[in-house]
Design a protein around this ligand. Structure first.
Ligand code: NUP
Length: 231
């Protein structure tokens, strides 16, 4: 699924599944069951490393017509090394990846964005993080990160459902941004908190991956989204 297919699926579902651990019912069991309920699948670095590049590639190719695949590699390196990672992300069949925003433009984000565009990958930048300690250092740089990203036309962001004021501010600063928002479920934000603050999609990990019956969990999430009027 390409970016426009992903955005189009938003009408049906605002959900991205975060896979960091092997799902309770296996990855293929989960991806078979989640097809009508989920727009995207985000693989975390621990999962990618544990499975290995060829197995990840097999999964992304098998489900390429069903999901928008995001590599959560949280890239935070010089442009040259970033470029090597982006090549691997492309080879593994991903549609998008996540980079950190604090590395700055020159010699880093500028080169990363250029490479992403060349390879047809969508870039999400982490604008603020979801855990409590993020407020100590990282999130203080939120405005500088978003302003820098705007200069090079970055329109994809990760912003926390646990601290929804960042989502609201980001939406004001960039009305067209694709904002994906983690923190729902295991980290304490309620289902729909991210979307009602202006996020485009919500990312839910453990609440789904650790569920013995993810189909029931997915249906529960959908009924909450319906009750909250987001689908
Ligand atoms: O600030 C962030 N917080 C966060 O949890 C940025 C992220 N990318 N994530 C990711 O979202 C985290 O790596 C995990 O894959 C997912 C949240 O999973 P869960 O708390 O729903 O299990």
């Amino acid at each position: 699924v390409n970016l426009s297919g992903f955005i189009k699926f938003r009408e049906q579902s605002p959900l991205i599944i975060a896979v960091d651990v092997e799902p309770e019912i296996s990855i293929e069991g989960l991806l078979e069951q989640a097809k009508n309920y989920v727009a995207g699948v985000k693989f975390g670095l621990p999962y990618i490393l544990r499975k290995g590049a060829s197995e990840i590639k097999r999964i992304t190719y098998r489900y390429r017509d069903n999901y928008f695949f995001i590599a959560d590699i949280k890239l935070a390196d010089i442009g040259f090394v970033g470029g090597l990672m982006i090549d691997l992300v492309k080879e593994m069949g991903f549609n998008a990846f996540i980079a950190h925003g604090f590395i700055g433009l020159e010699g880093a984000l500028k080169e990363i964005k250029k490479k992403a565009d060349e390879l047809g990958l969508f870039l999400f930048v982490v604008a603020a993080m979801s855990h409590p300690g993020a407020e100590e250092i990282f999130n203080r740089n939120f405005i500088s990160i978003v302003e820098a990203c705007k200069k090079i036309s970055i329109d994809g962001y990760v912003a926390p459902a646990t601290l929804p004021r960042y989502i609201r501010e980001l939406r004001d600063l960039n009305p067209n941004a694709v904002i994906i928002s983690p923190g729902v479920g295991a980290q304490g934000a309620r289902v729909g908190d991210g979307i009602s603050s202006g996020a485009t999609f919500e990312i839910v990990g453990r609440r789904i991956t650790l569920s013995r019956d993810p189909l029931v969990t997915l249906r529960e999430l959908m009924s909450i989204y319906k009750d909250r009027g987001v689908i």
